[in-house]
Design a protein around this ligand. Structure first.
Ligand SMILES: [Zn+2]
Length: 257
C-alpha cells in the first residue's frame, strides 16, 4: 500500500486561491536557535511561531487518525475503499479548519496561510521518495540535505526542523513496513479484511504523525536546554569542573538527533 503525506497540495492550492498567484519556490529557515549557538542572546532566541504551528498540525493529524469516529465514518462510506475515504476526509479536515484554532492560540493572523512540509511517499518496498523529483530519501540524508541549495527539501518556506520531522515521519512508515514484512506486526482481524486494512493504514499514519510531533517537541526541548546551559556558562554557575565540561559538551551536541 502506498502511504502518502497529505497536506501540501491542498494548502498550496488554497494559498494560490487566496493570493491569486502561485507560490514561488522558497527556502527553508531555522525556527530554533542555530546549532553551536554562542552566548545567551543567540541561544535563547524564541522559537519561530511556524515551529509551534507545525507541532499543532502534527498533533491534530495524529489525533485525526487515532479517532474511532473518523475511522467508522470512512468505513461507512465504503468498506473496500475505506483507507481512501479516510484520506479524503483527512484532506477536507486540514483544508477546512485545522490551522484556525492553532493560529488563534499562537497569535498568528487567521487569513495568512503557512506552507506545509513537502510531500513524501513511502512505497510498498519500504523505501521513501520525494514527490517533487522522485529521488529516494533516507533518514541518513538529514544532516547534509540543507547544505545543498538545490535539494528539493530546501525549497519550501517551512522550518528546517519541520522538514526533518517529515523525514522522520516517513522513517516511521519505513520501520513499520519492514516490521510487517518480517511478520512482527500481526494484522488485526476484527471486522474482516477491509476493516483491518483501514485500521492498519490509520494506525500507521497516527504513529507517523506522533513521531513527527515528538521529534519537533524534542528539538524544542533541546533548544531550551541549550538556552539554560548558555545562561549557566555565562554566569559560570557550576559546582565543579565536571559539570562545566558536561555543559560544554551539551553545547556541542548535534542538533537533529
Ligand atoms: Zn504518512
Amino acid at each position: 500500500m502506498k502511504l502518502v503525506r497529505f497536506g501540501v497540495h491542498v494548502l498550496v492550492a488554497l494559498g494560490a486561491i487566496a493570493f491569486g498567484a502561485p507560490s514561488d519556490a522558497g527556502a527553508v529557515f531555522d525556527c530554533l536557535p542555530p546549532r553551536n549557538c554562542q552566548g545567551v542572546a543567540q541561544c535563547c532566541t524564541k522559537p519561530r511561531k511556524e515551529l509551534l504551528l507545525q507541532i499543532a498540525r502534527a498533533e491534530m493529524r495524529r489525533d485525526f487518525y487515532d479517532s474511532k469516529k473518523n475511522r467508522d465514518e470512512a468505513f461507512a462510506k465504503g468498506a473496500w475503499d475505506s483507507p481512501n475515504n479516510l484520506e479524503k476526509a483527512f484532506t477536507q479536515f486540514i483544508s477546512a479548519h485545522q490551522d484556525q484554532a492553532a493560529k488563534q492560540k499562537l497569535g498568528l493572523p487567521a487569513n495568512q496561510s503557512y506552507p506545509d512540509v513537502p510531500d513524501l511517499t513511502t512505497h510498498p518496498d519500504c523505501t521513501s521518495s520525494i514527490d517533487a523529483n522522485g529521488a529516494k530519501l533516507s533518514i541518513t540524508d538529514i544532516p547534509k540535505m540543507f547544505d545543498d541549495p538545490n535539494h528539493p527539501l530546501t525549497k519550501a518556506n517551512v522550518c528546517k526542523e519541520a522538514v526533518i520531522a517529515a523525514v522522520l515521519h516517513e522513517s516511521e512508515h519505513q520501520d513499520r513496513c519492514e516490521a510487517k514484512k518480517r511478520g512482527l506486526i500481526k494484522p488485526k482481524n476484527e471486522g474482516g479484511w477491509a476493516r483491518a486494512e483501514l485500521e492498519d493504514s490509520a494506525d500507521s499514519e497516527r504513529d507517523a504523525y506522533a513521531r513527527e510531533a515528538d521529534a519537533l517537541r524534542l528539538m524544542r526541548k533541546r533548544a531550551r536546554q541549550r538556552c539554560t546551559t548558555a545562561k549557566k556558562l555565562a554566569e559560570n554557575d557550576f559546582k565543579n569542573a565536571r559539570e562545566r565540561v558536561k555543559a560544554l559538551n551539551l553545547m556541542k551536541q548535534p542538533r537533529y538527533y
